[in-house]
Structures are given as C-alpha cells and as structure tokens.
Design a protein around this ligand. Structure first.
Ligand SMILES: Nc1nc2c(c(=O)[nH]1)N[C@H]1C(S)=C(S)[C@@H](COP(=O)(O)OP(=O)(O)OC[C@H]3O[C@@H](n4cnc5c(=O)[nH]c(N)nc54)[C@H](O)[C@@H]3O)O[C@H]1N2
Ligand SMILES: Nc1nc2c(c(=O)[nH]1)N[C@H]1C(S)=C(S)[C@@H](COP(=O)(O)OP(=O)(O)OC[C@H]3O[C@@H](n4cnc5c(=O)[nH]c(N)nc54)[C@H](O)[C@@H]3O)O[C@H]1N2
Ligand SMILES: [Mo]
Length: 669
C-alpha cells in the first residue's frame, strides 16, 4: 500500500493547538507535519511533534500490560494479558473498597492529553460512580485561572494572531520560544511593524535577548512590581478613570492596596532599579495597542495568584482594552464555546473528599480515615512532575499501596507501579480538543493502528465500569457516542458539531478574536470586572495582593526555578532524551562557591538533594539557578530531579503547586 496523508491535531499540553498532516504507511506513522487549518500553525510544527513516530515506536513504548514480579520499585515486571491485568486491578480495587471504602481509591491524572476524550470522559464517570476521592488538579494554571476568572470572569483574552496589531508586547513569566513557538513569528512580525518588546523574567530568555527592555525580576517578586506600576499610574494621574468607572468595581480598594508599593520598594524587592520600572511605566502609557502575554512561570510561587491578578489588572488601570491587539492574554480557554468536556459524561461530582494533587507526598504519607490504598495514574508522571519527589518516590514504592499506571511508555512512575497498562497515543484514537491559546477546536479521528495491544483511556475505564457494574442505560460508552453526547447536550453544540463535520475545525460563537469590553464582557451580573474579588480576597492570608517576602535563608540562599524544556512537554518525550540535566547558575554565584563550568555539584535543601553538573550561564541572574522541569530520574547522577527540591507548600490561590519557589544551596561534589 502507498503511504497516505491524514489530518489530525495535537492534543499535547501547549497553547498552540496545531493542525497536523500525518503520513501513514500500512497503519504506521512515518511523518508528522503542521497543516494550515489553524492559521498560527502555518504549516510547521515543533521538533518534538515532528518526531512523534520516535515516541510511538521507540524502545520504551509499552506494547502489552505488565505485572510487577520483583520488589516494589525494582523495575522487574512480566508481560501479562489484558484479562489478567484487569483481573488483578479489579481484585485489588475491591479489596481497597472492602477494607477502607471507595474513598481510599485516588485517580491521579494531569496533562498528558488535553483532549476531551482522554482527559475526562469515562475515567471521570467511573471514579465518580465508584465514590472514589476527587482530585483537585493544581499542578498548573490553578492560581492563574483563579486570578483571571476572579478579575474578568469568563472573557477571552487577546487572540495570539492579533499581536501583529500591538505597538507594545510584554511577555510576563512566559517563554514562547520554548513553550508556544508559533507566537514567535507573530512577535517578530509585530516588531517589524514597529512594536516594542518587554520581557519580565529572571532569565534572559531567547526573546529577552531581542527585547527593548528586559526586567530580570527575582522569582516571586512580580506582585510588588505590578502593584507599584499600578500605583505609579494612579499617582501620575495616568490611570484610565473613565474606563474604570464604567467597567470595574473595587477600584478604590485596589488603589489603596497598590499604594503600599513605591517603585523604589518594589524594585528593591525584585532586584531591579526604580529607574527601570519608571521607564516601563512611560513605555506602557505611551504605547497603544499594548498587550501583556502572561505565562505560567509567574504563578508558581507563594505570591503567584496575587501576582497574576496584579499583572492582569494593569491593562484595566492603564486603559488598554477596546483596541485590536490591546489588553492581555492568559489562557484563552475562556472563549465562549458553550460546551465543556463535562457535557460528554453528565455525571455529578460525588460528595466524597477532594485531594489536592500537589500534596501527593503528604497525602500518601499522612492521610488517614481512610488512607489512600489504590492510586490509579493516567495522563500523568508524578514520580518526576509532583513536588517533594523524595517522599513521593518513597511512598509510591510502599508495599501496602496498590499503584496502577496507564501510559504510552515506561515512565519513572510506571517503574514504581504494580500493574502497568499500555495506552494508545492521540494518533491511534479519536480526539476532540479545544485550545487554551488558539481559540479553535479540532475533532480528529484515529489515523494509525494502535501499537501492540495498547488501549485508549475510554476502553480501559469503559471495561472497569462493566466490571464494577456501573454502566447505566443510555450511557455513552464509546468515543463516538461521547462526542455525540457532548454536542447533543450543550446549548451551542449542534452549531459546533456542524462546523466540525464540515471542516474538522471549529471556532467559538464569540468568534476568534473578540474585543474585550467591546464585543464581549465579563459574565458577572453587572458585566463589570472586579479588581478585588471577594472570594479571592478571603482565600489569601492578609487579603488578595498581600506580599510574602523572599523565603531565602543563609542556609538556602539561592532561588531554584524549573522552566520548560523546548524538547519535551513537561516530562513527555523524556525517555528519548539522553543528555544529562545541568544546573544553570550565574558566574557570580558559581565563583562564590568555587564552582567552574562542568563541575559535578550537589544541590540541596530540607526536602532533598540532586546530583548533576553545573553550567555557568550569563543569562541567569545572580541569586537564581535553573534546573528544568520534566527531566527523568535517569538524567541526574542520583536519580532525583528539581522536583526533589520543590516544597510541598502551595501558592496563595487555589492550592497551586509552588514549582518555582524552592530555595537551595549548591556545592561542588
Ligand atoms: N516545549 C514545551 N512546551 C510546553 C511545555 C513544555 O514543557 N515544553 N509545557 C506546557 C505547559 S504544561 C505549560 S503550563 C506551558 C508553560 O509555558 P511558560 O509559562 O512559558 O513556561 P515556563 O517555562 O514554566 O515559564 C516561563 C518563564 O517564567 C520564568 N519564571 C520563573 N519564575 C518566575 C517568576 O517568579 N516571575 C517571572 N516573571 N517569571 C518567572 C521562567 O524563567 C520561564 O522563562 O507551556 C506548555 N508548552
Ligand atoms: N519541577 C517542576 N515540575 C513541574 C512543573 C514545573 O514548572 N517545575 N510544571 C508542572 C506543569 S506546568 C505541568 S502541566 C505538570 C505536568 O505533569 P504531568 O501531567 O505528570 O506530565 P506529563 O509529562 O505531561 O505526563 C503525562 C503522561 O501522560 C501520558 N499520556 C499522554 N497521553 C495519554 C493518554 O491518552 N492516555 C494515557 N493513559 N496517558 C497518556 C504521557 O505519555 C506522559 O507520560 O508538571 C508539573 N511539574
Ligand atoms: Mo502546565
């Protein structure tokens, strides 16, 4: 048979949501490229998805179920049939229920797929009907979603393709050159058209090198910086009083809270100069349209929620809405779609307890009444992505904890499991996905044959529903039936289904680039934004916008951050990486410790220790060091990654994990 080209779309955790052209030969993928259905993809995809066949057919791909034979964590498994593996799972789950009740079962899942057929669907229905513990999904975007929705309720941000209209682009705690590459050419085009670029990031990122201004803020100090900028706008009589009077509430209270911060005090806290901040104020005021693209590097610390809220308040205070290319972009999943993945399952959340996924180490070690006795992991690799890794790994290897991992490859978490189930990839099952950067939705059929005996999430959880007698009349039980139900049961579903049928891509009813406060308004009763939303105010000790100062101590003086790798999506594709992890540090911090480029080092704090080598990096500011997220245990000398140093504490809002809030010491080894 000759190779043929088929259409798909990427469901990986990335804002860009690329349409793909997949070349398939005899059911096997031999090439992946970008297509043009989503304009921002413009025919090219990132290197990692172009090489997706390496992930599908590499040595670590799981072809059949495995059952542990050696001691926990020894990595010794034997192949098993599906029937045998599912029998073991059923028996152990029934034993958990008999001994401790269904709440001792915890489903554990996050960002492996952003597709609606694999992220929720039958897994959600199964665990809800079973009465398992609920999972609060707080690895990512919990604090920033709380902040965005608190301030603006449901309102779409500036469309990425509209950045070409901007005269000023501010990248705040975001690194599109690695994490959403299709924004880069749009920024370049805007610059050609005269836009200025500002980057607020502790690192001199690739785009910071080409920026008009780089503010290398200390991690966690964005809150005072943004508040001081707002305060300065009020002080200088530059605040958009008409806009605020018409469209905002809480203005006086916000102003009062911002007035605690002078440019001088904020600059000192952030390791910047007051002059730099004044320069930013001038540039922001004089530029229109001006857009702030806020990222997720910003939210992952003790002040992250307040910081995101303060940054997102700036376009309101400065009056930047109402023009194309002006305002902010956070996540754009708030476009008016009218459908959610929940429509596909229509299953109420049970009144069982809810467990914060970011506290996995403490949950496994300390939770009682009942303790967790079964952990069912899918779309997730917590052994290398959760905080407090030393304890997580120790607990996953506990004899009395039954761990199931459903994944495509033999991950570090799968190594610690009792039963491992092989999962299909998005090219081997149907997927429906809505973007969180690009405001589009794709419906993609399977384009390749499932590898080995791999099964999709819905096949696995559908079978478990049968085994536990949880199927009810009328339940949608297949991918196709779930898609049909999503569109049938949602108000705007039929129009979307029609678009998808016609062209496999859909846009929301609010259009692809609505103007905030012109075409769309916050869906609050008075259609106004809230500068100090009450429910957020109540969540934060000292109230929203209260600042917690830098937690560095003499023992642990360096801030460790763990930004994304260009070659992976979180830990996904880590099996394909051979290069060991390195810690980037500034020349001054290295010299103070007698460390030279390439030296073996240890990095440690009260939670753990990592052994790797150092790289002297002129792009990292003094006082900060960088060990990327997503490394696997094989990438360091002692089997621990940055996650071993991440404290099991949360950010100020929504129980968000504080991945960028570790304080550490470094020495030669
Ligand atoms: N290639 C690739 N793409 C990805 C991912 C990936 O792992 N790899 N991950 C996907 C996912 S899950 C997400 S959530 C997004 C994340 O997308 P981004 O938000 O762009 O990702 P990060 O690299 O986590 O953080 C962005 C920047 O924040 C900076 N930063 C760290 N702490 C602070 C701080 O306190 N203040 C400020 N101002 N900046 C800070 C970091 O130096 C980094 O350059 O990307 C998605 N896309
Ligand atoms: N140190 C540090 N750690 C971090 C962060 C950080 O900044 N620093 N960032 C955090 C962020 S932003 C995020 S989003 C999380 C991500 O944390 P995780 O969700 O744990 O990370 P992924 O690497 O995306 O792991 C997903 C796994 O799902 C599998 N998978 C993919 N598709 C499917 C499917 O259809 N079915 C099944 N069963 N499995 C599938 C993949 O093969 C992969 O092994 O990591 C967090 N961890
Ligand atoms: Mo994320």
């Amino acid at each position: 048979m000759v190779a043929e080209q088929r259409s798909s779309a990427c469901p990986l955790d990335c804002p860009d949501l690329c349409g793909l052209t997949v070349t398939v030969d005899n059911g096997k993928v031999i090439g992946v490229d970008g297509d043009r259905r989503n304009p921002i993809t413009a025919g090219f995809v990132c290197g990692k998805v172009r090489k997706f066949a390496d992930h599908m057919y590499g040595d670590d791909r799981l072809a059949r179920p495995r059952i542990r034979t050696g001691p926990k964590g020894s990595g010794q498994f034997r192949d098993a049939t599906w029937a045998e593996a599912m029998d073991v799972i059923e028996q152990r789950m029934r034993a958990s229920i008999a001994t401790h009740g269904a709440e001792s079962i915890l489903p554990y899942h996050y960002g492996g797929s952003n597709g609606w057929l694999t992220e929720g669907a039958l897994a959600t229905r199964f665990f809800r009907r079973l009465g398992a513990s609920n999972l609060d999904r707080t690895f990512c975007a919990a604090a920033s979603t709380a902040a965005t929705q608190g301030l603006y309720a449901v309102i779409p941000g500036v469309a990425l393709e509209d950045y070409t209209h901007a005269k000023l682009i501010v990248l705040w705690g975001v690194n599109p050159a690695a994490t959403g590459i299709h924004l880069v050419p749009v920024i370049e085009r805007a610059k050609e058209l005269g836009a200025k670029l500002v980057v607020v990031d502790p690192r001199r990122t690739q785009l910071a090198k080409h920026a008009d201004m780089h503010l290398p803020v200390r991690p966690g100090a964005d809150l005072p910086v943004a508040l001081a900028i707002a305060n300065r706008l009020f002080e200088r009589g530059l605040a958009a009083t008409d806009f605020l009077a018409t469209h905002a509430t809480g203005v006086d209270e916000f102003r009062k809270r911002a007035s605690r911060w002078s440019l001088f005090d904020a600059a000192r806290e952030a390791g910047l100069s007051a002059g730099q901040l004044e320069e930013f104020v001038d540039l922001y005021v004089e530029s229109s349209p001006a857009v702030i693209r806020a990222g997720w590097g910003l939210e992952r610390n003790r002040n992250g929620g307040g910081a995101t809220a303060a940054v997102l308040a700036l376009p309101a205070i400065a009056g930047k809405f109402g023009v194309r290319g002006g305002g902010y972009t956070m996540a754009n999943s708030d476009a008016k779609w009218g459908v959610t993945s929940e429509h596909g399952i229509a299953e109420p959340r049970p009144a069982t307890r809810t467990i914060n996924m970011s506290g996995l180490s403490r949950t496994l070690a300390e939770l009682r009444d009942p303790p967790i006795s079964t952990l069912f992991v899918y779309n997730c690799n917590p052994a290398v992505t959760a905080p407090d890794q030393r304890v997580v790994v120790e607990q996953l290897a506990r004899d009395d904890l039954f761990v199931v991992v459903h994944d495509q490859v033999m991950t570090d978490t799968a190594q610690l499991a009792d039963v491992v189930l092989p999962a299909t990839t998005f090219l081997e099952h149907r997927e429906l996905r809505r973007g969180y950067g690009m405001m589009r939705m794709f419906d993609s059929p399977a384009v390749a044959a499932p590898f080995g005996e791999s099964r999709s999430n819905n096949q696995v959880f559908g079978e478990l529903m049968q085994r536990f007698s949880l199927v009810r009349d009328g339940d949608a039980m297949t991918d196709d039936a779930i898609v049909a139900q999503i569109f049938r049961s949602a108000p705007e579903g039929s129009a979307l289904a029609e678009q998808l049928r016609a062209s496999s891509i859909a846009v929301p009813s609010s259009g692809v680039h609505p103007l905030a406060f012109v075409d769309v308004f916050p869906n609050t009763p008075d259609r106004k934004m809230r500068l100090v939303p009450e429910h957020l105010d109540a969540q934060v000790e000292g109230g929203l916008y209260a600042y917690v100062s830098d937690p560095r101590t003499d023992d642990f003086p360096l801030a460790l951050i763990s930004p994304a790798l260009a070659t992976q999506v979180s830990s996904t594709f880590g099996q394909l990486r051979s290069a060991p992890g390195v810690l980037d540090m500034s020349r001054a911090d290295a010299a103070a410790r007698g460390i030279s480029d390439g030296d073996p080092i240890r990095i440690w704090n009260e939670y753990g220790e990592v052994h790797c080598t150092a790289r002297i990096d002129a792009d990292v500011r003094e006082g900060v060091c960088v060990l990327p997220k997503g490394l696997w245990r094989k990438h360091t000398a002692n089997g621990y990654t940055s996650n071993a140093l991440i404290p099991p504490r949360y950010a100020d809002l929504a129980g968000q994990a504080a991945f960028n809030d570790a304080r550490v010491q470094v020495a030669r080894r």
